[in-house]
Design a protein around this ligand. Structure first.
Ligand code: GA4
Length: 331
């Protein structure tokens, strides 16, 4: 078990982190896509329309790469607090603890948040972590492009690389995050309600797509169309894909970016690694012409990824960030 070198949060802060949510749906099957299925493209489109989320199996990212990075990440998170605090590259990214973003969101979490194109160099102690992260990011970036090509194919968009080229661009704005949710033993002291302690509060991802891999621990929940929250059963061999806000716009609302969150566990630590595929900053985010039916207009105002990202980073985690970019809004 990992023991944080400093107490992560005081009990008095728990009230900030409790989640109020609609009852969790009793049983919902998370769509599972087999990348080797010749019809994967249509299953992916269905899953993006219904859930904005799916589980990918047979994805060809070697499990050894994932477990190696998980081990390296745990070695990093076991360092003393002062060592970890040094892991701040010369920009707002790097090591973070409890604070998510810069607008007051808190969680039972510590993390490393890094630019992925390229990965930064931030501390001598982190060389082997960075080497593992580089290998993993290369593999998962390739996978994100494959998924984007299947989405384009399923939506009958031409050329097939219309979306993946944005993720593959030398200026693509991708980032990579490793989240560590330490076990939260104090939950027991709080009784049953403590089981809803927030690790990472509900939000959608602003980018095009996000690819998440976690160890075998529970905690991730997604919000269904009807507003019910469901737990995503963990699968350390799989990769989970989230539709982000930008893909919602590119599909003119046909896909919905999935609201998700992580709840803390009293016994087990959770480690997740997420690759966020974003386009170059100067890229216009707009519906792809092929998704617009006859006479159908864009639901969104014109904006670039830089404009959206800048606005998104000023919001709180749970805000609906696309609102001001919708055509029926005045702001
Ligand atoms: C959510 C997706 C990614 O983790 C992230 C997050 C970012 C951060 O942690 O700094 C944000 C969040 C995320 C959306 C709204 C803003 C920005 C925290 C926050 C309150 C790295 C991202 O790109 O957007």
């Amino acid at each position: 078990m990992v023991v944080l070198s400093q107490p992560a949060l005081g009990l008095d802060q728990y009230s900030l982190l409790r989640t109020t949510c609609k009852p969790t749906a009793s049983f919902t099957e998370i769509p599972e896509i087999d990348l080797s299925d010749p019809n994967a493209q249509s299953h992916i489109v269905e899953a993006c329309e219904e859930f904005g989320f799916f589980k990918l199996v047979n994805h060809r990212v070697p499990i050894e790469l994932m477990t190696k990075l998980e081990e390296e990440a745990l070695c990093f998170f076991k360092l003393s607090q002062s060592e970890k605090d040094k892991a701040r590259p010369p920009d707002p990214l790097g090591y973070g603890c409890k604070n998510i973003g810069s607008n007051g969101d808190k969680g039972w979490i510590e993390y490393l948040l890094l630019t992925a194109n390229p990965l930064p160099i931030f501390s001598q102690n982190s060389e082997s972590f960075l080497a593992a992260a580089k290998e993993y990011v290369t593999a998962v970036k390739k996978l994100s492009c494959e998924v984007a090509e299947l989405i384009a194919e399923g939506l009958k968009i031409e050329p097939r690389n219309a979306i993946s080229k944005l993720l593959n661009d030398e200026k693509s704005d991708c980032c990579f995050r490793v989240n560590h949710y330490p076990p939260c033993p104090d939950l027991q002291a709080l009784g049953g309600s403590g089981r809803n302690m927030i690790g990472f509060g509900e939000h959608t991802d602003p980018q095009i797509i996000s690819l998440l891999r976690s160890n075998n621990s529970t905690g991730l929940q997604i919000c269904l169309r009807d507003g019910a929250w469901v737990s995503v059963p963990p699968d350390a061999a799989a990769i989970f894909v989230n539709v982000g806000d930008s893909l919602q716009v590119m599909s003119n609302g046909r896909f919905k970016s999935v609201k998700h969150k992580v709840v803390a566990d009293s016994n087990r630590e959770r480690v997740s690694m997420i690759y966020f595929g974003g386009p170059p900053l100067s890229e216009k985010i707009a519906p792809l012409p092929e998704v617009l039916g006859d006479g159908e207009e864009s639901l969104y105002k014109e904006f670039t990824w830089w404009e959206y990202k800048t606005a998104a980073y000023k919001t709180r985690l749970a805000d609906y960030r696309l609102g001001p970019f919708e055509k029926n809004q005045n702001s």
